[in-house]
Structures are given as structure tokens and as C-alpha cells.
Design a protein around this ligand. Sequence first.
Ligand code: FES
Length: 89
Amino acid sequence: MAGWFRSRSGCWSWPAFAEAMAGKPAAAGDDPGKTVCACFNVGESTLRRAIAAQGLTTVEQIGACLKAGSNCGSCVPELKRLLGAAVAG
Ligand code: FES
């Protein structure tokens, strides 16, 4: 997909990922979902896609890729729930 690239950390760059996945949905299927991280306006669907596509396993990795959970921390329990759901399958 044009404009997407991986940073040296292995994550999609935040601006490219956010623009493609959350901020500017390219198609109806790209709905970011209900907002999980209000600080950075990151939705549940965006998080689920990132966790699956990039193999994220920790809240820190989510923060590095999407910034979610890296400010006030109030969304961290929900991020952990999503990570747990991804591992459970
Ligand atoms: S709501 Fe996610 S860091 Fe504040």
C-alpha cells in the first residue's frame, strides 16, 4: 500500500499507519471502531488490525506503533484485554 513503510523498530510508522488505518479510512472496512485510546483517538478495530498484522504482544509495542497507552494510561487495561483476546485467538 502506498505510503506505508516500516521503521527501524519494525513498526509501521505512526503517521502512515494512523492515516491509513484510523484517521482517514480508505474504505468502509477500515472503520477504526469504538475509541479505546482517547488521548490519541485510536479505535478498537485499528488496534485489533495492528496487533494481528504486526504481531504486537505488549502494551509497550502498541504504544511504539500507535501511541495508544503512552500518555495518561487509562486505556492500558483495555489494551491488555485486546492483547489477551488476540493471544486467545
Ligand atoms: S486514553 Fe490512552 S493514553 Fe490516555
